[in-house]
Write a protein that binds this ligand. Structure first.
Ligand code: ADP
Ligand code: TZD
Length: 569
């Protein structure tokens, strides 16, 4: 067919959006239907894509975000206009904050009515509302631009520092009809969506000489390192350099937590004592006490590997920035170490770390061995840890305050990108969305370890889990409230205290409403049995775990950020 020949066949915006996504090997959409995108969801399914429908857009967005983190392909969340878009926006903002690649695609109302504020159904200027919370925001107005618009959104989400992208699809666009051949030719397959970025040789040399002079070096692995999928090179860098390392929460499992060089059990000691710290895809934000103060103790110099040049010097001076993708940067450092006569760290340093680790692990083992009644966080987590040890392939989702802090340190991870949690914001509500996203993306079981408050934010998605028969086991650490369940209303009035929930709630009954399996456990032995059985069944399950309602601490380990408890012990 020549260019001048018009085929009789026609296509429309709906088809072109689906074609453009499929053309870029995107096979799943997480979303919630309604005007104007119901037919888009139907068509995606008819064309062989997987459409996972949620009960609230925030959780669809979280599922998309975690799928993006796991695969380096942008996860797609599809919503209706105004309220649906806003519900998804929290997830988009969380994705941007955490450097997860996702695309929020929302239908929008008629432009001419929205722009004159004439009161359309679900009217909102979504494009501008999304801008502060997204890495990039685009609107497609013409059907023949759908190919390039989707390509642009994909590249923006995954190149450089990954993040959330908003794509606005006006209802009129979806209905636009164009010549099918013209449409086919307008599709764009993104070539090399996240190009490697090779670090400058002088930056690598600067880092290597700093490292060579270090007496007490430390490597800090962040979730950027996990995202980069440079697992073998990172492991070789750690092992061949012999430098002790600390994984940030979602970098756990990049090397198995049982690795001899892991300094997790001596965290405070190594952060305070190290003299040269290599940050690999980890930001010096609040999670790392901004790189200064008491936590960091002795003066130190930082080597920072990151893809984003403006991350450097964000909180403290960085002596040796290494800008590039983690795979390329770590390989360059590894080459330097192999050829440059770098010795292993001083045994006095590694020895003193080992000593502290032993001491702390012994203390922790004693805590974990106790069997108080009712169960506390430790005895419940001991059971979970021992079951999960036998299944390193299982994905772990984790949120709450105490439930998050204790699980993070007690549950060992053995494989990369298997732990998903509240992340950079410390957000509650990622639980069921991440669990669904992880189950759909990996085809492997998921265990979600949830505070009872944290679970409440996304609890209705249990129906979604049951509807798609996903192998997700949700464990509720039920201590009757936010942080704990024992606060009282000082007035003696009828209302309970702000942190208190219904006592002895039976969350296990919630999943039974949708055909899932509910367990109610009060001892570590019951927990072991229930979790083992639930994982083996591979079916939706929920374990309501009764935890001592006095066991939690206000704000978990974040007491220093809580104005009323800051400075108190
Ligand atoms: P954590 O919370 O685990 O400490 P952060 O989310 O704070 O980790 O930091 C992740 C960092 O990793 C971000 O600064 C981001 O720019 C960086 N990053 C993400 N992907 C890559 C990559 N492929 N190469 C290099 N840096 C990356
Ligand atoms: N809302 C949102 C979206 N994110 C938050 N982080 C909070 C509120 C505040 N918050 C925390 O930081 S932790 C938490 C809330 C409400 C829940 C803690 O209670 P829990 O866990 O039952 O989930 P524990 O184990 O009982 O502490």
């Amino acid at each position: 067919m020549t260019n001048s020949t018009q085929s009789a066949e026609q296509t429309d915006g709906f088809h072109l959006v689906v074609d453009a996504l499929k053309h870029n090997d995107i096979d799943t959409i997480f979303g919630l239907v309604g005007i104007p995108i119901t037919d888009l969801a139907r068509l995606a399914q008819a064309e062989g894509m997987r459409f996972i429908g949620f009960r609230h857009e925030q959780h669809a967005g979280n599922a998309a975000a975690i799928a993006g983190y796991m695969t380096q392909k942008p996860g797609i969340c599809l919503t209706v206009s105004a309220p649906g878009f806003l519900n998804g926006l929290t997830a988009l903002a969380n994705a941007t904050t955490n450097c997860f690649p996702m695309i929020l695609i929302s239908g929008s109302s008629e432009r001419e009515i929205v722009d004159l504020q004439q009161g359309d159904y679900e009217e909102m200027d979504q494009l501008n509302a999304a801008k502060p919370y997204a890495k990039a925001s685009y609107r497609i107005n013409k059907a023949e631009d759908i190919g390039i618009g989707v390509a642009r959104a994909i590249r923006a989400a995954v190149s450089g520092r990954p993040g959330g992208v908003y794509l606005d699809l006006p209802a009129q666009l979806l209905a636009q009809v164009i010549d099918a051949e013209h449409g086919r030719r307008s599709l764009v397959k993104v070539v090399d969506p996240a190009p490697r970025q090779i670090p400058a040789p002088d930056a690598v040399q600067r880092a290597l000489s700093l490292l060579k002079g270090a007496k007490k070096p430390l490597i800090l692995l962040g979730k950027g390192a996990a995202y980069a999928q440079a697992d073998a090179d990172i492991r070789a860098f750690v092992e061949e350099s012999g430098i002790p390392y600390l994984p940030m929460s979602m970098a756990k499992g990049l090397l198995p937590d049982t690795h001899a060089q892991s300094a997790s059990a001596a965290r405070s000691y190594v952060l305070a004592e190290a003299d040269v710290v290599v940050l690999v895809g980890a930001r010096l934000n609040w999670l790392l006490a901004h790189g200064k103060g008491k936590t960091w103790g002795a003066p130190k110099q930082f080597i920072q590997i990151d893809i984003s040049p403006t991350e450097i010097d964000s909180n403290v001076a960085i002596a040796a920035p290494v800008i590039g993708d983690i795979g390329s940067c770590v390989t360059a450092l590894l080459d330097g170490i192999r050829s440059g006569g770098h010795g292993k760290p001083d045994p006095a340093w590694t020895g003193s770390i080992a000593e502290r680790k032993d001491k702390n692990l012994t203390k922790m083992a004693a805590m974990l061995a106790q069997n108080p009644s009712p169960m506390n966080f430790h005895s419940a987590l001991r059971s979970i840890r021992d079951v999960l040890k036998t299944r390193p392939d299982i994905n772990v989702v984790n949120e709450g305050a105490n439930t998050l802090d204790f699980a993070r340190s007690i549950i060992d991870m053995y494989e990369p990108r298997k732990r998903f949690d509240s992340g950079t914001w410390g957000i509650m509500g990622i639980g069921m969305g991440f669990a669904i996203g992880a189950a759909v993306t990996s085809g492997k079981p998921v265990v979600a370890i949830e505070g009872d408050s944290a679970f409440g934010f996304s609890g209705m998605e249990l129906e979604t889990i049951c509807r798609y028969e996903l192998p997700v086991t949700t464990i509720i650490f039920n201590n009757n409230g936010v942080y704990r369940g024992t606060d009282v209303n000082p007035t003696g009035g009828k209302d309970v205290a702000p942190t208190v929930f219904v006592k002895n709630a039976r969350y296990d009954k919630m999943i039974e409403a949708f055909g899932g399996i509910g367990y109610h456990v009060t001892t570590p032995e019951e927990m072991t049995r229930a979790l083992t059985e639930a994982i083996a069944a591979g079916k939706p399950a929920l374990i309501n775990a009764v935890i001592d309602e006095t066991a939690g601490t206000e704000s978990g380990r974040l007491t220093n950020l809580n104005p009323s408890t800051a400075g108190k012990k």
